[in-house]
Design a protein around this ligand. Sequence first.
Ligand code: AMP
Ligand code: MG
Length: 556
Amino acid sequence: MVTTVFANYRRGYERESLMEKPESRMRQVTLGDLKFDNPFTTELSGDQDLSNTRRQVHDAYYSRVFPTPTAAPKTLVVSEEVRLLLGISSGLADSDEFAEVFSGNAVTADMDPHAMCYGGHQFGNWAGQLGDGRAINLGELQGIDSKNYMLQLKGAGPTPYSRSGDGRAVLRSSIREYLCSEAMHYLHVPTTRALSLCNTGDNVVRDMFYDGNLAEEIGAVVCRVAESFIRFGSFEIFSARENIDGLKALLDFTIKHHFPEISDTSPEKYVDFYREVISSTALLMAHWQRVGFVHGVMNTDNMSIHGLTIDYGPYGWVDDFDPDWTPNTTDRHQRRYRFRNQPAVGHWNLAQLANAIYPVVGSVEPLQEALDEYEEIFSRSWSEMIAAKLGLVEYSSSSSQRVITDLFSILETGEIDMTIFFRSLSSITVGSDISIDEISALLKSSYYEPVSKSESHWETLRDWIENYRDVLRGQEIPDDRRKAQMDQVNPKYVLRNYLAQLAIDSAEQGDLSMLYDLQTMLKTPYDDQPQFDKWAVKRPDWAKDRAGCSMLSCSS
Ligand code: AMP
Ligand code: MG
């Protein structure tokens, strides 16, 4: 069985290498009146070698490469909001042309498909050139908000940066990326968006557990959307190769197109740019901690210069509150990217960005000064967010500080479902209509192993509730108003790993209903949606150790 599959795998490669010029076979279609623009490829130099062979690409920001045509493209789902943002009519989204283009089977005349060249630090080590090994940028569309958005196909076939990969993505990881990136947007966490998810009709071979067992999986392509897909690693590769003019040109391009508020003539412009990246990254880290999201692969090639969550791989949601948890099996020993480390890793990654742009800035001090502000920006953002989660009007008084600190020691020792616990807090009133026993019972229902907790744990929880209510009483905010505010920052519905996995299991059998339902549920994660209450519960026991539900590999 393994041999047969492996033979198919090999055949896939041979078929590609026979196609001398896949670009000449690329079908052209029109997509209504959509107009694509390509400042990145027009203003920055590309790879002179137009062949689609895996190699080191020097002195170029990208390589022109067409998607590899697929067998039977089919649009599975489109994000209505992103479609409207990009001015794409529903008729067009339903058309065959849409499925053809967004699965990588055809292009429009004004697209300039290309894969970006970037490097990166992976798990703390410089990894050299990485680049878009399976992502292909098509071009930019102007959104109805007048901003420009790059459209990128993930899983659209090999590029010069594919190294040993096949350039493809499987349905399971594409569903995870599609659903989660949209969910993050509605949680108000900065993120790349997803326009569509298409089935390619081609099978893709993966060793899901890296244990030598190859299996055929369904191939898929997600069309991702963001201001740009420029990463920290985009600058690092030029710096590592000591191409300082190239580095400067990329900085100038980035500032001109993506940071227009920075004056082009300012002598400080590169440091100003760095400061912006520091602020948006610090804010992003605070948001991840707020909602209990663990990215899983915070390598510098996965760090957006816009402070967006990018590259949804083996990510996960904290179920029981374990700050040392990471969903990524590849990182299970070191746990470099565990939940509690994310803010510190953000800092480490920003230091790599400083090192990268230093040759253009020419002096260490302003970069160091900027980096030193990261901790304060993160702490302020996080403190504001945790205060809001608790319905506290401020976080700096000693009474607020005590409530926050004591809460985290309870969470860490309690094996408590983070999402359910925080959501329950808004039901605590300060009037006498709810007793401390009732509150304890309410919070107890968010525990995974309540029977294993000692009496002293419950006493600590009761003391905390008393303290917390004292602080709330002092604020004199009506209970219902505080509840409404708290419910706006403590989501009721998140994409728990097991939910994504159930949607994947059904989709692999051809049933997309759960995918659609989850998409609907995740659009208003802060509102009560009784029809979805079955999915606002603790992770079921069966999901604790099931692949895809607790731990994931990078195989995608
Ligand atoms: P990631 O960990 O997904 O950010 O990927 C790291 C690098 O590996 C990037 O350069 C990706 O484009 C590349 N890569 C990941 N999966 C594949 C694949 N199936 N084919 C080609 N390149 C890949
Ligand atoms: Mg990546």
